[in-house]
Design a protein around this ligand. Structure first.
Ligand code: HDE
Length: 705
């Protein structure tokens, strides 16, 4: 494991600030040693940054204080409009590495050579919440990738769910209005558990497939590092002879899939609202670079015509069992940003950013997005020159004749700013190239101009059912629990019933469970379906999280509850084994000052018990001494630590001295195979190998929130 690497980014930042002060002038470069002198934005050295300029020490402030005015003026304008959707996000730099040449399928340069590395920037996000909302909201996660290829920037602006709520972009503003805070009261924040959202959804049967995903554990991922990404729409890859192949993009996390439980999510939001961003930041800073493989589902027109659903319908997916995924490269995130605003906030993803060898399909949702993203960046970033901001600028050479506008920093030099022109040579400016320039795939289009939905988009329930029956019974239980939770927050009973009326078209057991959970007495009448739902679609294993266990404990975190008198040798053995698994260990102690171990040595703590609840860890170990455990039985946070770890189905390692803690929370008689007593190094190994399953699911039969 590569620990404590200095990020390349911070070096870049230092260089930047050096040159900034150096440009300010020769006279006042340093304030002693290497420290630069503070200047105004105009480069004027500042003598006093503590006091404004006044007439007499207790007198009025002067208007001529240009330093004060510059500071306040700039501060007043520090915010830009947050994104209308996906406002809360977190980004990192990395690269994409190609496994093999795909020249037969696409002319895109980044896919031509094995081992080719393309710089990348990725931003993960939630959809509904404002910029300051909590990370563990039940929500879709954005998974937006910018690839700085040699042919220009290519943005794959995807989500962690392979389908979407709606089929036509004309409904997007309605969907988002309904999902976000209600307009009169401006709440609830980052939640779909309210009347407007479910009112809209209950009237939009096309959203039912997405609803199954959004109510599943996919919408509460444990970490960005443990979730999949999907391009959602069907795109095209086009080779150098102009042949097109349809494609769906997938990102597969190397560390496997993992989600939290809903009760855990609720508590994480309180304990650490930055849980996901902190996780990514810490992983990258400690050299544990997260990785995803790019998977392609490739298919031709013939398949598209024969497939049971329309490949242009973004509410449908193509099961991996039907069109297998070809893994063609890996995406590695290895560098945190130097500055959140400059990079993560100002990055402008646009679905319309594609490169030669890639093209759009006619998915009406995608076509609408191609307008919206460019449009939204102008509003957010204040003008048409956002491509000049370093995070958005291509890393390959670029030459165009766009000019002027707000904040124009790269106006072309010379006299010629139009084309055609009669000046020859470089002075004449850039020219088009039929050979290497982007050329659209020559799709044949015809038909009347209509405002209509294709009949091939009409089946809204069959794939919702397929997703549902592909889940384990535990996962199905989580879907019905989530629906019951969300709909219980809906005040209008008619909305609840209307939503539930869609469920018999998906699964009658699901409908019954949700109706029962909501206390609906009357018999549920199934909503009328535009097309009779199919019951013959086979379950797809790839759709379940539990059926695709991580097979590794790497990247996970163990929280160890200790007190004075903790066994040093046991703790050392545990730490060694955790690190051998490429996981991390944190010490949780009565005070952040740490504890004194049984051999007299000092053990530093990472967290005070109340600040490090067990919801922040994937597994826990309870290593108090006898005396320490007695003290902890009087500590409410310690009791929560233990009972939550048990309730959240975590693997728990314990020493016999910890028994009073189990007694205190009433689980001493319920200890199961997920609770491993540590008696020496061998049992430490047993515990860590059990942890690979991440949760002891069997316990859920007995503990339920
Ligand atoms: Fe977006 N979406 N979207 N979206 N979306 C935005 O663009 C939009 C859709 C997605 O980290 C906005 O820069 C429309 C699907 C991500 O910066 C905006 C429609 C998918 C991000 C916008 C959709 C996405 C956005 C707001 C329906 C998954 C965050 C700020 C036609 C495939 C990117 C911005 C980042 C952001 C419009 C539907 C993913 C307003 C009109 C489907 C990951 O332009």
């Amino acid at each position: 494991m590569k620990k404590n690497r200095q990020s390349q980014g911070s070096k870049v930042a230092r260089k930047g600030s050096e040159s900034r002060s150096a440009q300010g002038g020769e006279l006042h470069q340093t304030a002693g040693g290497d420290v630069p002198v503070l200047t105004t934005e105009q480069g004027v050295p500042v003598s006093d940054d503590q006091n404004s300029l006044k007439i007499g020490v207790r007198g009025p402030v002067t208007l001529e204080d240009f330093h004060l005015r510059e500071k306040l003026f700039h501060f007043d304008h520090e915010r830009i409009p947050e994104r209308v959707v996906h406002a809360r996000g977190f980004g990192a730099h990395g690269f994409f590495e190609t496994y093999e040449s795909l020249a037969g399928i696409t002319a895109a340069d980044l896919f031509q050579r094995r081992g080719e590395k393309t710089p990348a920037f990725v931003r993960f996000s939630t959809v509904a919440g404002n910029k300051g909302s909590a990370d563990l909201a039940r929500d879709v996660r954005g998974f937006a990738v910018k690839l700085y290829t040699k042919q220009g920037n290519w943005d794959i602006v995807g989500n962690n769910i392979p389908v979407f709520f709606i089929q036509d972009s004309i409904k997007f503003p309605d969907l988002i209005h309904a999902a976000k805070a209600e307009p009169d009261r401006d709440f609830p924040q980052a939640q779909t558990a309210h009347d407007n959202f479910w009112d809209f959804i209950s009237l939009m049967p096309e959203s039912m497939h997405m609803i199954m995903w959004a109510m599943s554990d996919r919408a509460i991922p444990r970490s960005f590092r443990f979730m999949e990404g999907f391009g959602v729409h069907t795109y095209r890859l086009v080779n150098s002879s102009g042949k097109s192949t349809f494609v769906k993009f997938h990102w597969k996390p190397k560390l496997g899939l993992q989600s939290v439980l809903w009760n855990e999510a609720v508590k994480i939001n309180g304990a650490d609202p930055d849980f996901h961003r902190r996780d990514l930041w810490n992983a990258i800073q400690s050299g544990n670079f997260p990785e995803w493989e790019l998977g392609l589902q490739l298919f031709d027109d013939k398949f598209a015509e024969s497939f049971e659903f329309d490949v242009l319908d973004a509410t449908k997916l193509i099961p991996e069992e039907v069109v297998p995924i070809k893994r063609v490269g890996r995406l590695v995130l290895d560098r945190c940003v130097d500055n959140f605003f400059a990079e993560t906030e100002q990055v402008a993803f646009c679905t319309n950013n594609i490169i030669p060898g890639v093209d759009f399909s006619n998915d009406p949702l995608l076509q609408g997005r191609n307008f919206s993203y460019l449009d939204t960046q102008v509003k957010r970033l204040g003008g048409p020159n956002f491509a000049q901001i370093p995070i958005n600028a291509p890393k390959c050479p670029f030459h165009h004749l766009q000019q002027d506008g707000h904040m124009a920093m790269m106006n072309p030099k010379g006299r010629i700013n139009y084309e055609p022109n009669s000046t020859t040579g470089p002075e004449g400016g850039p020219r088009e190239s039929h050979e290497i320039g982007f050329r659209s795939f020559q799709a044949e289009e015809d038909g009347a101009k209509v405002r209509e939905r294709s009949q091939t988009f009409a089946d809204h329930y069959s794939q919702a059912r397929q997703f549902y029956i592909s889940q384990t019974s535990i996962e199905q239980g989580h879907i019905s629990d989530a629906l019951v939770f969300e709909l219980s927050k809906v005040e209008n009973p008619a909305i609840r019933s209307r939503l539930v009326s869609h469920l018999p078209n998906i699964d009658s057991g699901l409908a019954e469970r949700v109706a029962q959970g909501l206390g609906i007495q009357e018999k549920i009448k199934a909503a009328k379906a535009a097309v009779e739902p199919r019951t013959d679609l086979k379950p797809s294993k790839a759709l379940s999280i539990m059926l695709n266990p991580p097979d590794t404990f790497a990247g996970r975190k163990v929280g160890v509850l200790v007190t004075d008198g903790v066994s040093r040798s046991l703790l050392d053995a545990l730490r060694k084994e955790v690190e051998a698994q490429d996981a991390t260990l944190e010490i949780v102690a009565p005070t952040v000052g740490g504890v004194k171990a049984d051999d007299g040595s000092h053990i530093a703590a990472n967290q005070k018990i109340g600040g490090g609840p067990s919801v922040l860890y994937d597994a826990v170990a309870l290593l108090p001494s006898e005396q320490g455990a007695a003290l902890l039985t009087k500590n409410g946070a310690a009791a929560d630590f233990v009972s939550d770890a048990f309730g959240h189905l975590k693997f728990i390692a314990w020493v016999s001295d910890a028994m009073p803690l189990f007694n205190k929370v009433g689980i001493a008689q319920s200890l199961d195979a997920g609770c491993v007593e540590l008696k020496g190094p061998k049992s430490v190994k047993t515990f860590l190998s059990a942890c690979r399953d991440v949760r002891y699911w069997k316990r859920e039969e007995t503990v339920k929130f």
